[in-house]
Ligand binder design. Sequence first.
Ligand SMILES: *Cc1c(COP(=O)(O)O)cnc(C)c1O
Length: 459
Amino acid sequence: MDELLNRTLTHAQTFIDSLPTRHVGARATREELLAALKAPLTPDGESAEAVVDLIASQGDRGAVACAGPRYFGFVIGGSLPVALAADWLVSTWDQNPGIYATSPLISVIEEIAREWLLDIFDLPRESGLGFVTGCQMAHFTCLAAARHGVLRRAGWDVEADGLHGAPRVNIVTGAEAHVTADVALRYLGFGTRHLLRVETDDQGRMRADRLARLLDNLTGPTIICAQAGNVNTGAFDPLREIAAIAKAHNAWLHVDGAFGLWARASANEETRALCDGAELADSWATDAHKWLNVPYDNGVAIVKHAEDHRASMTTSAAYLVQTSGVERDAVDWVPEFSRRARGVTVYAALRHLGTRGVASLIDGNCARARQMADILRRDPRVKILTDVVLNQVLVRFGDDDDLTRRVIAGVQKDGTCWLGGTTWHGLAAMRISVSNWSTTEEDARVSAEAILRVLNENS
Ligand SMILES: *Cc1c(COP(=O)(O)O)cnc(C)c1O
């Protein structure tokens, strides 16, 4: 065991050391990886050392360096060393944190991590909170609580009676809601055909005036899904206005804050103001694997009305020894029964960074995003399509879809950095997302210069 784990540590160290300088994309194709990894399953197996060496050797060529400083694709955080180390302990302990009885340690750590998260986001301290796989499952959890809550107020017990014959629930989302919110609504039996979409503005923000008009014509239980951090632009829906409209109509307000909720941890007043009013919502979905930079997978579901949250998630069975005291049973707050002890890496990251450390992670990334936008926009062929308010930048080249796509493909091939594309209001665009603790000013400069170099080669 000693030797195997030491060997694995060396492999891990080699991978981590390569991150700042290696080609950022994967270097092996599916065929090459299959050739290296595929073999008939043997009756007697192979040595543990051989298996670990094989996997590690392919990690170097088949993995994407998204844990490194020059990966700007999607919205993908890195791993703080303290969080990675804590994650190793989580695997080592192999706890099942479903209930207090199966792991007092994890129950207590998650109880504390819950309090710290509510403090750092400055959300109602009585809220229920669960650690899930990611924001999609955080949506599922929050919206299950919302479904329970709005139907309970309408005199219907959805947990016992299901949706057949239930009062119709109006679901209102922004026209640019993240697809994962739709998926969660689908899982919850709402379907997607009848979702009511509210128009967004030129930055991708839900228009509060249109929402108000829509709600004036609706009756019955209503759930509104708003967004803190548009996946393309980083823009925030006007949450304070939306919360007032939701309150006036007795609607449940859910906020997708996958990465944007972390703006509330910023030390910069302007950044914090983006997410002003979020505290007035009923539920919030966010990720720790994005902007807190803990390893995958790690999402967080927060529900102000803890009783609706618990009622929608809790499990009981004769053989379970659930607590009746103050001890925390995770099964009350998440869809999973057995699960990974996700709260541990959150605890480690928050304890290590402190509130100021979290703020500088967020604010540092936002500064790097502005820096890249500023370097790029000096070139007259470059257009930054929306305001850079957070860590996201949308870039278009030569006002030309083709050229923009060629530059994106060229940058991916070049390997200095990695980023992806999108279509923004009908226009092809490059997406830059700065979400990694280790991205330095130098990384941002070198990456922006690589983008301009590829632009020159293509124009
Ligand atoms: C990434 C993202 C999600 C989905 O999060 P997962 O952790 O991948 O499930 C939802 N909403 C927004 C705005 C996102 O950026």
